[in-house]
Design a protein around this ligand. Structure first.
Ligand code: S3P
Length: 160
């Protein structure tokens, strides 16, 4: 298994970094949310609104099992909540935590287009609780922790 799995909170840059990292290292880029949307043939927002968060988490669990079984040589941007439901992301590949300050996350998520595709970002008030509760899970799941408040170029360089 030659995959790199990027984890971190919403807005930590998993997609942006993942795409560049994939090109630089000769891997394919896969986005967990996009895979779930294509499997379910619905958007993440639709899954949350019609079936709720639990159904979405079940989809994430199935996706993690499929990735571990079937994917090689990819950079995978995990959904921000995947480490809360998948306790063995290392079975997919090397897990890299893009660690970011909450202030930076908030600034990024304040942009409407970023919030629209993320149902859990709709209520900014409850977001910091979720952010705090997840730190320990991200740390535990990770093989490497990268300071994701650096520039994109610096982050990619450090990972490579
Ligand atoms: C979620 C993060 C989102 C997406 C869903 C739930 C979370 O992915 O999976 O909206 O629980 O943190 P990104 O981290 O790519 O935004």
């Amino acid at each position: 298994m030659n995959n790199l799995v990027l984890i971190g909170f919403m807005g930590s840059g998993k997609g942006t970094i993942g795409r560049i990292l994939a090109r630089k290292t000769g891997r394919f880029f896969l986005d967990a949310d996009a895979l779930i949307e294509s499997f379910a043939n619905r958007s993440i927002a639709e899954i949350f609104s019609s079936d709720g968060e639990k159904t979405f988490r079940d989809e994430e669990r199935s996706l993690a099992a499929w990735l571990a079984q079937s994917v090689n040589n990819a950079v995978i941007a995990a959904g921000g909540g995947m480490p809360t439901v998948c306790d063995n992301l290392r079975a997919i590949g090397e897990v890299i935590y893009l660690k970011c300050d909450f202030d930076v996350i908030l600034t990024r998520l304040k942009c409407d287009s970023e919030r629209e595709k993320r149902p859990l970002a709709a209520s900014i008030e409850t977001l910091s609780d979720r952010f705090n509760a997840r730190q320990i899970l991200y740390e535990r799941a990770a093989d490497r922790v990268i300071d994701a408040t650096q520039s994109v170029e610096a982050i990619v360089k450090e990972i490579v």
